[in-house]
Design a protein around this ligand. Structure first.
Ligand code: ARG
Ligand code: ZN
Length: 869
């Protein structure tokens, strides 16, 4: 069944109050729901028939205003309950039995490591009780939980605790009341025996908020970073967006079994352990950054998502795109803005662009879906964030803030649309954003082609735009594309662009082709620094000369353009190897002086240098060559990496030695140094793996880091270098690491992932072995992602093994998973999205493997397979 945006109708019934009573017992739970229902005055005039959603529920009793109903009084069909003949206003009481223990889909109420928890977004609440499960029905929730006191001393739900006490048989109860009406997807409940890190935050208006972070007792020492991040996020949202927290208590619970990163349930966020737990001994620097950004993201949803929510799921980006923008800005303010921007752009370009150019391409505001779970995508989140960022740039920081204030004020307590958001931007700024709004409805990555000429002291820049057709959307309209730019002279100095002396400007491309003129005082054609800050999510084509790229890399003041120049140099060198049959060695003369320069200046900003010195991934390179020949890409990259490792060995060793820190430090500077040091070790290891350089010295260095690591970043980095380059000692190191960390699930996830990402076809057999490992669990999404996800999405030379073994592995895993957790299966299936780009022999094998899955596929998996096949 397809759901369409154009079919939206306001809800026929409203639920003013929801009183839930959840009785948790061994083997099952009983949920009694008392709904205060009234007809929606703004709804369509339809007969007095109430329709509620409900799945996997065993109905025990149902009554309207205390009048018990029997079977002809209601109809129970697949996924819904219909009660005809209801009055204009009534109380509906239902009692259902559910089975959290056997819920492996991790939607609704389920168990994870002995605790009960919930995940309701998008449509999980219907697995807890009968309800109008749609985001535009906002209800006030009062929730009572009953459970065994010894096993579940802690009983949590949304809002404020209002009552609690003992019950017969060693049981107890707690009642929570959430004063803010909310859609049911924001409902949450937790019952368990958990440790708590407690702190408090005083809001701008002087209210004290209790902050409570919960995790398993063994993880209590891993909550400090999340707490610090949370307090910083609360202060930042007050300062930058004027948003203050609204309840007296804010709680976060860490859960091992979780489909996504985290969930913003009102006052009771639930997190994947991987996004909240952090300790230097067990968590890499990248992990620390992720915790900071996800904690902030979920906290920011309290306004962008909860106080103002979505009218329907097509509007998902209203809350997700905006909240990603907010968390990216937060991370930029907490860390290096330039580095954060490059990381965000790198992620968008190398993950969202392929999605937007493949079979899953869809608009940021999709127009139809079968399972909404399949649309929690990089397009909705990351491209959605870029659309908000463009509005921020178009309006300027001040007007953007005024517009966001207006948005929050006007729509507080309502469920609204992306149009409502843009309308606030227009109203405050006076801008006409009607053309701009095509960004929400038009799928695909726009291609902007730039060409230029220099005549009569005038620099003329011609920009053309074209968005290639995407599935179901063949005709594309011109978009409004802001292109920020500067012009650099031979020495890399930015030229004044007009009489005011400004050296940077934004031109707005609206038509399919436009020419912009700049009277610049120079006699040579300048080097254009285009799309500064990545001012629009487009793919830019311009025939850069190598010398221009080197100028940009060395002198451009814009961090994105420096990084982009380095990327273009790498992609060009790889294209010469892959397409023109040149030798990798032939590229070294051209690249080593460039890299040498970056290394020489690395002290200025080690983190940025690390980004500039990192070669694109096999996946990124593969996406730039048609047809996709994964083995050729792998060979070219390996040869280039090993060559650069050897040619620049002295510099890499100097970095390894200079950047070594005797003791762990957590600050940004230390993190930047570690990052650059890992890059240097990566190059040296690649050379050593190819039998070049001083292999013994390198292995001794890596062994030393493994034996006495200062932190997980070093320890895991050394392990990866040994294992990925099949250096002596790799296997014993893996065994020792597993021995040391077998009780730390998140570290073991890394141990699995390191092995599943060893480049080369042999890794498929290794991964089969990992699936058979004692510590592998199909019901644990993090573990499945660590083995299957990383191989399929991060290891093309294994996934696309010429004998088809990678595809067989993939298909078996999907089949197994689909029976356990369809959301996770569907998500993994996206790994096949490059099917149509593959060289024919591989494409045929992959499609045969997938076709076999189709007949028995879940609705989630089927939707993805049908788009790909
Ligand atoms: N709203 C959550 C976030 O912060 C994600 C929830 C995703 N749930 C799902 N079933 N796909 O982004
Ligand atoms: Zn979110």
């Amino acid at each position: 069944p397809v759901t369409r945006l154009t079919d939206y109708r306001p809800p026929a019934w409203l639920v003013d109050h929801t009183r839930l009573d959840v009785d948790l017992r061994d083997g099952h739970a009983t949920v009694t729901a008392e709904l205060t229902v009234r007809r929606n005055p703004a709804g369509d005039d339809r007969p007095g028939e109430l329709v509620l959603d409900g799945e996997h529920l065993e109905l025990l009793s149902l009554s309207v205003d205390d009048r018990p109903l029997g079977e002809p009084d209601y109809r129970l069909e697949e996924g819904r309950l219909t009660v005809p003949g209801v009055p204009e206003q009534f109380t509906l009481t239902s009692k259902v039995r559910i089975h959290p223990e056997s819920n492996t889909a991790l939607e609704g109420l389920y168990r994870s490591n002995g605790m009960y928890c919930t995940q309701c977004e998008a449509e999980g609440f219907r697995r807890i009780t009968f309800f109008p499960d749609r985001p535009d029905v906002l209800s006030r929730f009062t929730t009572t939980i009953h459970a065994d006191r010894a096993a579940y001393p802690l009983l949590l739900s949304n809002g404020n605790p209002v009552d609690s006490g003992d019950e017969e048989g060693g049981r107890h109860f707690a009642t929570w009341d959430d004063p803010f009406p909310k859609p049911c997807y924001l409902f949450a409940l937790v019952a368990g025996d958990l440790a708590c890190l407690e702190d408090s935050f005083r809001t701008a208006s002087g209210r004290d908020v209790a902050l409570r972070l919960y995790a398993e007792h063994r993880d209590l020492d891993k909550l400090g970073h999340a707490m610090d991040s949370l307090k910083r996020a609360m202060a930042w949202d007050e300062q930058v967006f004027g948003r203050e927290y609204d309840l007296d208590i804010f709680q976060v619970v860490a859960v091992s079994h979780f489909n996504m990163g985290a969930m913003e349930n009102k006052g009771l966020n639930i997190f994947n352990t991987s996004c909240v737990l952090a300790h230097p001994a067990t968590t890499t620097d990248a992990g620390f950054e992720r915790v900071e950004s996800v904690v902030a993201h979920e906290y920011f949803h309290n306004w962008s998502g909860n106080r103002v929510t979505c009218r329907d799921w097509f509007q998902l980006s209203l809350k997700e795109g905006f909240t990603v923008f907010r968390d990216q800005e937060f991370s930029s303010d907490m860390n290096s803005r330039a580095v954060t921007r490059v990381e965000n752009v790198d992620f968008l370009v190398n993950h969202q662009f392929p999605e937007d150019q493949g079979p899953m391409a869809h608009p940021v505001r999709p127009s139809e879906y079968q399972k909404i779970d399949n649309f929690y995508t990089l397009t909705v989140y990351e491209k959605g964030s870029e659309i908000v960022r463009m509005q921020h740039e178009l309006l300027g920081a001040e007007d953007f803030r005024r517009a966001s204030d207006l948005y929050f004020e006007r729509f507080d307590g309502q469920a609204v649309t992306c149009d409502d958001f843009v309308a606030c931007m227009e109203e405050v700024s006076g801008l006409d954003l009607s053309q701009f709004k095509r960004w929400y409805s038009q799928a695909g990555t726009p291609l902007v082609t730039a060409s230029d000429r220099f005549a009569d002291g005038e620099y003329q820049l011609t920009l053309r735009q074209e968005t290639p057709p995407t599935p179901g959307q063949s005709d594309k309209q011109p978009l409004m594309i802001p292109v920020k730019l500067a012009l650099l002279d031979d020495q890399g100095r930015a030229l004044p662009l007009d009489d005011s002396g400004a050296t940077e400007t934004v031109v707005i491309l609206r038509d399919s082709e436009q020419t912009f003129r700049f009277p610049v005082a120079t006699d040579r054609i300048p080097t254009p620094s285009l799309l500064r800050g990545f001012s629009a999510p487009v793919s830019l084509r311009y025939p850069f000369k190598e010398a221009q790229l080197i100028t940009l890399l060395a002198h451009d003041s814009d961090g994105f353009c420096r990084w982009d120049a380095a990327q273009r140099l790498y992609f060009a060198a790889l294209a010469r190897i892959i397409d023109d049959g040149e030798d990798a060695a032939a590229q070294l003369d051209r690249l080593t002086p460039v890299l040498e320069q970056v290394i020489q200046r690395a002290g200025e900003d080690p983190a940025e240098a690390a980004l500039l010195l990192t070669l694109p991934t096999e996946t990124a390179v593969g996406d730039r060559h048609t047809p996709l020949r994964p083995q050729a890409v792998h060979d070219a990259l390996s040869a280039l990496r090993a060559g650069l490792g050897e040619a620049l060995a002295a510099s890499w060793w100097r970095l390894v030695e200079e950047l070594a820190e005797p003791e762990y430090r957590a600050d940004g500077e230390a993190m930047g140094k570690r990052r650059l040091r890992q890059v240097a070790l990566g190059y040296l290891s690649a050379a050593a793996g190819a039998g070049r350089g001083d292999r013994d010295k390198l292995v001794a260095q890596l062994q030393g880091m493994l034996d006495a690591p200062t932190c997980m970043t070093e320890e895991l980095g050394a392990l990866r270098a040994l294992v990925h380059n099949q250096l002596p000692g790799a296997e014993p190191a893996l065994a020792a690491f597993a021995q040391r960390w077998r009780d730390e699930a998140l570290v073991m996830d890394q141990w699995f992932a390191v092995q599943a990402t060893v480049p080369g076809a042999d890794t498929v057999a290794r991964a089969e072995g990992l699936l058979a490992h004692d510590a592998f669990e199909w019901t644990l999404p993090n573990r499945v992602r660590a083995v299957v996800g990383t191989l399929v999405n991060g290891n093309p030379s294994a996934f696309h093994a010429p004998d088809g073994s990678g595809y067989a592995f993939f298909a078996r895993a999907l089949k197994k998973l689909d029976g356990i957790n369809p959301q996770i299966a569907a998500r993994l299936a996206n790994g096949a999205a490059r099917l149509q780009r593959l060289e024919p022999a591989l494409a045929e094998q992959l499609s045969a493997a997938l076709r076999e899955l189709r007949p028995a596929a879940s609705a989630n998996l089927a939707e993805v397979l049908d788009r790909i096949l």
